[in-house]
Design a protein around this ligand. Structure first.
Ligand code: CDP
Ligand code: CDP
Length: 213
């Protein structure tokens, strides 16, 4: 059972993916952390983020154990992630790890930008989670300030808009809804309501695919 959850920044895909994974007893992979860690490690080694070859080398030697790093949750790490994520060679270097994770014994829930389109095109259920940029910025702003980060809501909105634009217009695995993904619009949904809607959509996709949920 493989569940793909994609969407733009702060749409709630990570929160949903975690809860869906617990519900079905599946492992969960937040694939954004991989790109965030590549950005972090490249900067730490003094490698320019527009250097495709050197950042791909960083990606191919990434230590998965280092994904558990609170510093990866900052806006700066998200920006660095989106810069290295443009390079096809970086994406290729991270592909096998993601596919292997998905193809574990139980299956998995993965969230990111290209899970339904590139990483797991044959996923049993695919969700594309969205909300307006303003609502996403407000959610991320509350999340960051709740952790004590000093930032303005306007700065968060600018970051989200810049990343949405870069992620949607790049040539390699752009942020786009897979043709067989179902849209989950969460602008006016609480986390609990979005979770219930996600489960309904997943159950419907499973029964369409001829499997019990
Ligand atoms: O949580 P948020 O949506 O803000 O960010 P994230 O999912 O951690 O992703 C950070 C950046 O990594 C994105 O802006 C994308 O550029 C990139 N990314 C990607 O290209 N493909 C993925 N499957 C996941 C993330
Ligand atoms: O993974 P992604 O960047 O798409 O978003 P997230 O980290 O799951 O959610 C961003 C923030 O929005 C978190 O603080 C969530 O608790 C919050 N959220 C919300 O308030 N309402 C929702 N329907 C979904 C998420």
């Amino acid at each position: 059972m493989i569940i793909a959850i994609d969407g733009p920044a702060a749409s709630g895909k990570g929160t949903l993916a975690k809860r869906v994974a617990v519900h079905y007893g599946l492992p969960h992979l937040d694939t954004g952390l991989l790109y965030r860690a590549v950005g972090r490690d490249a900067l730490a080694r003094g490698i320019a983020l527009d250097n495709a070859e050197a950042t791909a080398e960083v990606a191919s030697t990434l230590e998965i154990a280092t994904l558990d790093d609170p510093a990866l949750r900052t806006a700066g790490a998200g920006e660095a992630a989106s810069q290295v994520a443009r390079h096809p060679a970086v994406r290729t270097a991270l592909l096998a790890y993601q596919r292997n994770f998905a193809q574990g014994e139980l299956g998995a829930v993965l969230d990111g930008r290209d899970i339904g389109t590139v990483i797991c095109p044959d996923a049993d259920a695919k969700l594309f989670v969205t909300a307006t940029p303003e609502v996403r910025a407000m959610r991320r702003f509350l999340e960051l300030t709740g952790r004590g980060v000093a930032i303005t809501e306007a700065a968060v909105l600018a970051d989200i808009r810049a990343r949405d634009e870069r992620d949607s217009t790049r040539g390699a695995a752009p942020l786009v809804q897979a043709s067989d993904a179902v849209l989950l619009e969460t602008t006016n949904l609480s986390i609990d309501a979005a979770f219930r809607a996600a489960l309904d959509l997943i159950e419907a996709a499973m029964s369409r695919a001829g499997r019990a949920g």
